[in-house]
Write a protein that binds this ligand. Sequence first.
Ligand SMILES: *Cc1c(COP(=O)(O)O)cnc(C)c1O
Length: 429
Amino acid sequence: MNKDKIGTLGVHAGYEPENGGPRQIPIIQSTTFKYTTSDQMGRLFDLEEAGYFYTRLQNPTNDHVAARLAAMEGGVAGMLTSSGQAANFFACFNICEAGGHMITTANIYGGTYNLFVTTFKKMGIDVTVIDQNASDEEFEKAFKPNTKLLFAETLTNPGVRVLDIERMARIAHSHGVPLIIDNTFPTPVFCRPIEFGADIVTHSTTKYIDGHGSSVGGAIVDSGNFPWDKYADKYPGLCSPDPSYHGLTYTKKFGKLAFITKATSQLMRDFGCIQSPQNAYYVNLGLQSLEVRVKRHNSSALKVARFLESHPAVKWVRFPELESDPDHALQLKYMPEGTCGVMAFALNADREFTNRFMDHLRLVTIETHVADAYTCILHPAAHTHRQLTDEQLREAGVDPDLMRLSIGLEDPEDLIADFKQAFEAAAQK
Ligand SMILES: *Cc1c(COP(=O)(O)O)cnc(C)c1O
């Protein structure tokens, strides 16, 4: 049986029922786990033996689902977190603490940007922000002796820009730091960043992986490829003894599993951003149908993008599969089978027309979410960023005309009909 294809991994990886055991990954809704000897419990607490003892650190449902996603990404280990925010926080904080420095591309999700630029700063972490298309020389200048990681998104939210992953990996590795990539938008169905040199991959499972707008969640997957011990002075948390576990050294004891084991046994233990087993179950259902769903989101989005591009009321459309898109060549290299269902576009019209156009949409709803079954639209200048002037918007990297559109699972013909009638109605006032 071919077990390498993404659809097969999504259904089977990470869980093999025992004879007579539940076919579907069971929800282990239990805070704690029972043991018969005091010795064994002690060994669990010393990380001498693998096993469950308290769901704030680990739960079997979560672990099966994380292993499934890790297999789909081509990693060696994974963990679920309570949100995408928690995943990006843990992935970076696991190796970059107070006194450390990290580099992030500027073109990332607003919530992540805020975490790095505002909150990390308060925690004593120095963060440099750089455009992902900056020259190699500009990237060179961003590195410092205490730089611990480079962070980027495969496909940016909301701009849908494609990252040159191999170039980012080369830059990071030439400075002896890992490349951490948020792969939320393409999902492992369309892009597996580890194959192009990324070391650690994160997800907001809230988006396509859940895919039904039902549960907030996140995940981290480690490739197991980064040679931490080669840079032991830079990563003392992984490469020197941990006093909170009797002087155990993660890289020595756990090898390729060091990164995820440290994140679980220190960060989950202390911050407790665990996913609930119930939500992990929804994540699993999402993984099982992920390939089928994202291919539909993507093919419908391409139809809508082509319709919009050919409509006289539309000024421009950004969707990497369009031949006119500035990132089309990168898309063909890194995600040749598709990107996602999100695009950005702008109208040849004033804001009043734009507002009327949105108000006339019936099937497409105005909503600040993306990547689930419902098609939705957002105009940042009129919604999320409405307090800013056009000039301030441009400074913040938001085109005042930009509208973000996330194509759901409805029939694309119905969506195109909805856009057509809204254009017509808006023209008549
Ligand atoms: C939504 C999102 C996040 C944050 O995830 P939450 O699950 O909302 O915490 C992080 N990265 C990207 C790319 C996102 O789209």
